[in-house]
Write a protein that binds this ligand. Structure first.
Ligand code: SF4
Ligand code: SF4
Length: 446
């Protein structure tokens, strides 16, 4: 074994690792790595660099590490795994990059390498295998687990284990997970509505809706608000009963084959219906479904279908603005701040549309949140597997929220909603963190 140190990490000489196989045909990974001019403009936007001040925890440093792995001058070491997992995949560096480096695709390709080589830590390995490879791979299993969790939350068992301190003593990691996990709803969203929902008046648009995995079982009210907003705007909505999770959690954590399998299933299921757009209310899911075309670019049977499907995927705010949505006429007197979810602002470049909708609600005093597009620390399961780092980012976010004096914080991603509501709780702050569909529907119903 030959080795030396670079950026504090062990560099080993090994066979080159081909990252291209993990990316779509139109994402030449080595080109994107080569594109990096090492200018460092991305560094001030990187939350993990802000936590450590270390080059290896910055986008530029990580790109150097990925380059070394790609060129075979470095093995996938523990240090490499650590840096890839420390990254939030928030893609703020992509927004800042003048050279168009597709950092998100690169880090996901690296995680795929790590996953394939079984190099994740034991806890992460188990969590990822169980949740992403098994539970989230099937809506039926997710539903079963959610019912079990609901029983645990509502039967009093959770209170007993928490109040006696038993959970913290015997399963400290689970205790953290429990504090952060959303409350499971009494009725899941897809149990409460028919597969096709029609507006009372004229049908102006036909859309499909992804009910989501977590959104379906823990944010069913947000989904219902979304449906009511779409109905109000003359949409007929199809919510395919047999739809699967979008696959984003799997892809972001390195299990790209499982993500592709889910993408193929969803394309087949949704294609049984007629619609002009697939409307999304979860930033992470929307960003990933817009990438189906890239992930399946080399699949002869799905390359065209997936591209056509991705072209129809629209975030709720993007869709509403495109159809010139109905402006509410009644006033909602409230000071509101908007948090840009990473996968909406950085991955989909949607920042103007949510603000345009909020400004259209009479009586709302929209204040700009300092560092609105800075990650809140949720980032999938980051707040569980890297709890301490996540909490430092949450503290920064909650401090910024506190400076606005806003009583309503709007965020359009389930992870951000849970994380910042948790922040309100631990910092004993007043207010609420809600989805834009909830606020808009509130204004419509006034
Ligand atoms: S901003 Fe772009 S080109 Fe500059 S160091 Fe960062 S990734 Fe490289
Ligand atoms: S994705 Fe986010 S955390 Fe990762 S390197 Fe880029 S800015 Fe930093």
């Amino acid at each position: 074994m030959h080795g030396h140190e670079r950026d504090g990490l062990e560099i080993l000489h090994r066979a080159p690792v081909d990252m291209n196989g993990f990316l779509g045909a139109d994402i030449p990974s080595s080109d994107f790595i080569t594109n990096c001019m090492h200018c460092g403009l991305c560094l001030p936007t990187c939350p993990t660099f802000s936590l450590t001040g270390l080059e290896k925890s910055s986008p530029r440093g990580r790109i150097r590490l990925m380059k070394a792995v790609t060129e075979g001058t470095m093995a996938i070491t523990e240090g490499f795994v650590e840096e890839m997992n420390f990254c939030l995949d928030c893609q703020a560096c992509e927004t800042a990059c003048p050279a168009g480096v597709k950092y998100g695709a690169l880090v996901e390709a690296s995680r795929a390498q790590i996953y394939e080589q079984g190099r994740a830590s034991w806890l992460e390995g188990i969590l990822k295998m169980f949740f992403f490879g098994y539970v989230f791979a099937s809506k039926r299993r997710l539903r079963l687990l959610s019912k079990f969790l609901r029983f645990y939350q509502q039967s009093g068992l959770e209170n007993i284990l928490t109040m006696t301190g038993a959970m913290r003593l015997f399963a400290p990691k689970l205790a953290k997970l429990q504090r952060l996990s959303p409350r499971i709803d009494k009725t899941f969203f897809d149990e409460s509505l028919p597969e096709i929902i029609r507006p009372a008046g004229e049908i102006k648009h036909r859309v499909a809706f992804l009910s989501g995995c977590i959104m379906n079982v823990a944010f069913s009210e947000v989904n219902r608000d979304t449906v009511e907003v779409l109905l109000r705007n003359g949409c007929e909505i199809v919510v395919p009963r047999t739809q699967e999770c979008c696959g984003s959690l799997q892809a972001h954590n390195g299990d790209i084959e499982s993500a592709r399998t889910l993408a193929r299933k969803n394309i087949d299921i949704f294609s049984m219906f007629h619609f002009e757009a697939v409307v999304m209310n979860s930033a992470g899911c929307g960003a990933f479904m817009k990438e189906y075309g890239k992930y399946l670019a080399e699949d002869d049977r799905y390359s065209e279908k997936s591209r056509a499907f991705s072209a129809k995927v629209k975030d709720l705010t993007e869709f509403l603005v495109s159809i010139n949505f109905e402006k509410p006429s009644h006033s909602l007197n409230a000071r509101v701040a908007y948090h840009d979810a990473c996968h909406l602002a950085h991955a989909q470049h949607i920042t103007a549309e949510p603000r345009a909708i909020l400004k259209a609600i009479p009586g709302i005093d929209l204040v700009e949140l300092p560092e609105a597009a800075w990650c809140c620390g949720s980032a999938g399961i980051y707040n569980v597997v890297r709890h301490d780092d996540s909490m430092k980012l949450l503290e920064r976010k909650m401090h910024n929220i506190g400076t606005t004096g806003a009583e309503i914080i709007v965020a359009n991603n389930p992870g951000c909603l849970s994380q910042m509501n948790y922040g309100l709780n631990i910092y004993k702050m007043h207010g609420e963190v809600i989805h834009i569909a909830t606020l808009l529907n509130r204004a419509y119903k006034q």
